[in-house]
Design a protein around this ligand. Structure first.
Ligand SMILES: [Zn+2]
Length: 86
């Protein structure tokens, strides 16, 4: 019985460790994506394209830019992009 409990505890430990790894990896990917978006926004400032939607070439609303300064798309195109990616 004690051995079974130990094996079970080891399995739980392994499961928790794998959840931790997944969480860290997903956090790292999110942070890397945000970093890439910020760098891309800085490049668009350099080229004078900042605030222009990369899909429809329309001006991104100042309200959206103030909420998400690194936004690459207007709200409508971003929603379409996310639907297509899902
Ligand atoms: Zn757009």
């Amino acid at each position: 019985m004690a051995v079974e409990l130990e094996v079970f505890a080891d399995q739980i430990d392994n499961l928790l460790a794998s959840i931790d790894r997944d969480t860290s990896l997903s956090h790292l990917q999110r942070t890397a994506n945000q970093y890439r978006d910020v760098v891309a926004a800085l490049e668009r400032i350099d080229t004078g394209e900042y605030g222009i939607c990369e899909d429809c070439d329309q001006q991104i609303s100042p309200r959206r830019l103030s909420a998400v300064p690194q936004a690459r798309r207007c709200v409508r195109c971003q929603e379409r992009f996310e639907r297509a990616a899902a």
